[in-house]
Design a protein around this ligand. Structure first.
Ligand SMILES: Cc1cc2nc3c(=O)[nH]c(=O)nc-3n(C[C@H](O)[C@H](O)[C@H](O)COP(=O)(O)OP(=O)(O)OC[C@H]3O[C@@H](n4cnc5c(N)ncnc54)[C@H](O)[C@@H]3O)c2cc1C
Ligand code: SF4
Length: 490
C-alpha cells in the first residue's frame, strides 16, 4: 500500500473527493466512526441509523470493487487514524477537505493532506470572489450568477420562462382533500437490520442507505413530485409528512448523490416538457442557489459566526423541543413528533415553526442550534450554522437575511391545517385561547422595536403595532405564555 485515503461519513462517493483517483492496489481506504459521532450528543437514532448504515453499505461497495477498507471505531477521528497508522506506519494520509472547521483543523494538525472538496458545485475561491464583491450577501444575486455560470435554465443569456425567480408562485396552500402519491419504502437488508438492532430501533425504511436506493428516491421525486414541487413548496399539512419535497438532502449531504447528478436529472426531466417552469426553477434554485450559498457563507463567515447572539436571547431551550407532550400547540406538537419519528421535516416547519418559535421566545441561539444539529438526519455544521444563526433566528444582525423570519399564527393558519386541530385560536393575541405565536409575534416586535426601526423591510410590520390598541394586554399575555412555555404547560 502506498497511501491511506481517509473518507468521512459525508463523502461517500467513489467518483469524487479523495477516491476519484484511487487505486485498489495502492490505496488503503479508512473510515472512522468516532465516539463523538455516535454517543456524544444524544443524536436522534434515526439519524444515526441513516449515517451508519449508509457508511456500511459504502464500505461493502468499495470492497466489491477490490479495495482494502478499514472501518475503525475510536474515541476521535484522529485517534482512529493513529490506530490505523500503528499497522501501516509511515503511509501518507490524504482526504478531501472536510466540510467543517473542526474536522479540517484537527486533520490538518495531524498532517493529513487535503485535496479539493468537490462535493459542491462552487469552488471556495469562486464563492470568496463573489462574497468579497458584495455589499450585502443576497442569495438571489449569487443564484443568478450560478444560473449563468453553470448554464442552467438559461438561453442566450436570458432566463428560461422569462424570469430568474418564480418564488411568488411557490406559496400556495393545499386544496381541501388533496391526495398525495404513496411514500416510497426501502426494504431493509442485512446491513440495515444489523445497524438498527445495534441502535435498538427498527430499520427506518423511509430512508435509503445505499447509492442505488438514493437514486430511486431521485427518480421517484422526478416522476411523481417534481411537477407539483413549486406551488406547494411552502405548504404544511398533518395529512402528509413529505408533501412534494424531494427528500434528497440526506443523500446529497452524505455523498451518495452528487448535486450535479441531481441537477442534470432535473433539467433532463424538465426538457421533456411536462414540468412547469415554476417547479423546475424552484427546485434548481434550492440546489444551485440555497445549498451552495449556505455552504459558501459557512466558510466565508468564519468559525466564530456560530457563537453570534445579536438579539441577546437568553431563554433556555424550551422543554417542548425535546418532548412534544410538553406543549398544547398543535403545530409544534406534530412537528416535534414527526422529527422524533423520522429526523426530518421540510424547510417551512424548520423556519416558520421551530426557528420562528425560538426567535420570538428569545431562546438562546446556541442551545437551539445544538438541538437542531442533534435531531435532523441531514444536519452538519456547514448547513445548520448559517441556516439557524443567520436565517432562522437572526442572531447575526442581518448579515445573511435582511429581516427576521418572525410570524404569528395567521401565517401558520394560512399555510397549514394545524390550527383546525388546536386549542388555540390563531386570530387571538390576548386571552387564554390566544395563539402563542400570535401573542409572541407582536410582543417580539414590541420588545425589539428599537432594533428594527431603521430597517425599511420591517416598516410595515412595525407600523402594525401602532394600530394595536391592546398592546398592554398583549405584553401581559406574552409574559404568561413565556412562563407557561418554560414550564411545558402551553
Ligand atoms: C432553520 C433551518 C435549518 C436547516 N437545516 C438544514 C440541515 O441541517 N441540512 C440540510 O440539508 N438542509 C437544512 N435546511 C434546508 C432545508 O430545510 C432542507 O434542505 C430541506 O428541508 C431538505 O428536504 P428536501 O431534500 O426534501 O428539500 P427540497 O425542498 O426538496 O429542496 C431540494 C434541496 O435543496 C437544498 N436546500 C434547500 N434549501 C436549503 C438551505 N436553506 N440550505 C441548504 N440546502 C438547501 C437541499 O439539498 C434539498 O435537498 C434548513 C433550513 C432551515 C430554515
Ligand atoms: S393556533 Fe397557533 S399554536 Fe395552534 S396550531 Fe395554529 S399556529 Fe400553532
Amino acid at each position: 500500500m502506498k497511501r491511506i485515503i481517509y473518507v468521512s461519513h459525508d463523502q461517500l462517493n467513489a467518483k469524487y473527493g479523495a477516491l476519484k483517483d484511487a487505486n485498489p492496489k495502492e490505496d488503503l481506504i479508512v473510515l472512522v466512526e468516532s465516539a463523538r459521532m455516535v454517543t456524544g450528543d444524544h443524536w436522534n437514532k434515526v439519524r444515526l441509523y441513516f449515517l451508519l448504515s449508509s457508511a456500511a453499505h459504502f464500505v461493502k461497495s468499495l470492497q466489491a470493487d477490490g479495495y482494502t477498507v478499514i472501518y475503525q471505531k475510536s474515541a476521535t477521528t484522529v485517534d482512529g487514524l493513529k490506530e490505523v497508522l500503528k499497522k501501516y506506519p509511515k503511509l501518507p494520509i490524504i482526504s478531501a477537505t472536510p466540510s467543517s472547521f473542526r474536522l479540517k483543523k484537527s486533520l490538518a494538525e495531524f498532517g493529513v493532506k487535503f485535496i479539493e472538496n468537490d462535493f459542491f458545485l462552487t469552488p471556495p475561491d469562486l464563492f470568496a470572489q463573489w462574497a468579497s464583491s458584495q455589499k450585502s450577501y443576497l442569495m438571489e444575486s449569487f443564484y443568478r450568477n450560478q444560473r449563468i455560470r453553470l448554464n442552467l435554465l438559461v438561453e442566450k443569456g436570458k432566463p428560461v420562462g422569462g424570469a430568474w425567480n418564480f418564488d411568488k408562485e411557490n406559496r400556495s396552500s393545499l386544496p381541501k382533500g388533496y391526495k398525495f402519491p404513496p411514500y416510497l419504502e426501502h426494504k431493509a437488508d442485512e446491513i440495515d437490520k444489523r445497524i438498527a438492532t445495534e441502535l435498538g430501533i427498527k430499520p427506518a425504511t423511509i430512508w435509503a442507505t445505499s447509492t442505488a436506493g438514493a437514486r430511486k428516491v431521485l427518480k421517484n421525486f422526478l416522476d411523481k413530485h417534481f411537477a407539483l414541487f413549486g406551488p406547494y413548496e411552502d405548504a404544511m399539512t398533518s395529512d402528509n409528512w413529505a408533501l412534494h419535497h424531494s427528500l434528497l438532502s440526506p443523500y446529497i449531504n452524505n455523498g451518495l448523490l452528487h448535486p450535479s447528478e441531481v441537477v442534470d436529472a432535473a433539467v433532463k426531466r424538465f426538457e421533456k416538457g411536462d414540468i412547469p417552469i415554476a417547479s423546475a426553477e424552484g427546485f434548481i434554485r434550492q440546489i444551485i442557489g440555497w445549498r451552495e450559498y449556505v455552504n459558501g457563507m459557512y466558510w466565508h463567515l468564519g468559525e466564530d459566526y456560530k457563537e453570534l447572539n445579536h438579539l441577546k436571547a437568553k431563554r433556555e431551550l424550551l422543554p417542548l423541543f425535546t418532548d412534544p407532550d410538553k406543549t398544547k400547540m398543535n403545530c409544534i406538537k406534530q412537528t416535534v413528533t414527526d422529527i422524533n419519528e423520522r429526523a426530518w421535516v421540510h424547510h417551512i416547519p424548520r423556519l416558520m415553526l421551530l426557528s420562528n418559535l425560538a426567535l420570538i421566545t428569545g431562546t438562546n441561539p446556541q442551545q437551539f442550534l445544538q438541538w437542531m444539529r442533534r435531531v435532523f438526519l441531514d444536519a452538519s455544521d456547514w448547513v445548520m450554522v448559517p441556516n439557524v444563526i443567520g436565517m432562522g433566528v437572526h442572531a447575526d444582525n442581518g448579515v445573511m437575511m435582511t429581516k427576521p423570519y418572525a410570524a404569528g399564527g395567521a401565517y401558520i393558519s394560512k399555510m397549514s391545517n394545524y390550527c383546525k386541530g388546536c386549542i388555540y385560536d390563531p386570530k387571538l393575541r390576548t386571552g387564554e385561547n390566544a395563539c402563542p405565536f400570535t401573542t409572541l409575534y407582536w410582543d417580539f416586535l414590541d420588545r425589539n422595536h428599537e432594533e428594527f426601526v431603521g430597517n425599511h423591510r420591517m416598516a410595515q410590520q412595525l407600523f402594525g403595532i401602532k394600530r394595536l390598541k391592546d398592546m398592554p394586554e398583549v405584553r401581559k399575555r406574552a409574559q404568561a405564555v413565556l412562563a407557561g412555555l418554560d414550564k411545558g404547560l402551553i
